[in-house]
Design a protein around this ligand. Structure first.
Ligand SMILES: [Zn+2]
Length: 217
């Protein structure tokens, strides 16, 4: 915990991000009661080009609120809670000792400028540290200017992301087992395309872990 965080905690006690009740100074930002009601998931097996996929929670109601807060409203202090979740999802799904490298789904430059940070990269970097695996921050880049996926149908999403990833350092992925990290998986088309690009560059296996799984009804 940073010194700045400790000072802030002394000045302003922490409250749960969901129910607003005070939480322990050493705790995270989500209280135990709310944590009990979080819809953690064990999702379906491999999709598209991904060999195996895990997600921590379902993207709905309260989890949607706090994850959007992290993504769009700079509530970056939620990172440790979220890393707890994806770490648990990754450990329960994968033999983490088999993972050679952790890679975040890169954002487009436009998104990064808008937000000032890449929230998936922050999660991925912390997760790599927890799992004691190598984090590759610059191995994969995003090219072109795809439209926002959220407004598109499943077929349009697949088309929209096609060819938008490039592996900058193929020697780092060749023959390796890669864990891809992203915040939200909806249809899986973005993760799938990134995985396909990694495999074309020689990656052996690509697994993914996402903070949340959005199930469209
Ligand atoms: Zn709470």
């Amino acid at each position: 915990m940073s010194i700045l965080r400790r000072v802030l905690d002394l000045l302003w006690p922490r409250n749960c991000e969901i129910c607003g009740r005070p939480v322990d100074r050493d705790a995270r930002y989500i209280c135990a009661d709310c944590l009990n009601r979080i819809p953690f998931v064990r999702p379906e097996d491999g999709m598209y080009e991904i060999d195996d996929a895990a997600s921590a929670v379902r993207f709905e109601c309260e989890t949607r609120e706090i994850i959007n807060g992290y993504k769009f409203r700079d509530r970056i202090w939620l990172r440790d809670d979220f890393v707890d979740w994806i770490e648990a999802a990754a450990r329960s799904r994968f033999d983490v000792s088999a993972i050679d490298a952790v890679i975040a789904i890169p954002t487009t430059l436009g998104h990064r400028i808008n937000r000032g940070y890449n929230q998936s990269a922050l999660l991925a970097e912390s997760l790599a540290k927890r799992l004691d695996r190598r984090f590759l921050g610059r191995a994969v880049a995003r090219t072109g200017h795809p439209k926002r996926q959220s407004s598109l149908t499943e077929e349009e999403r697949v088309e929209n992301v096609k060819g938008t990833f490039v592996v900058r350092e193929p020697s780092l992925v060749r023959g390796r087992t890669i864990l891809l990290v992203d915040d939200i998986m909806t249809t899986g088309s973005t993760l799938s395309e990134c995985s396909k690009t990694l495999k074309a560059a020689g990656a052996w296996r690509v697994w993914s872990v996402t903070l949340a799984r959005s199930v469209r009804t």
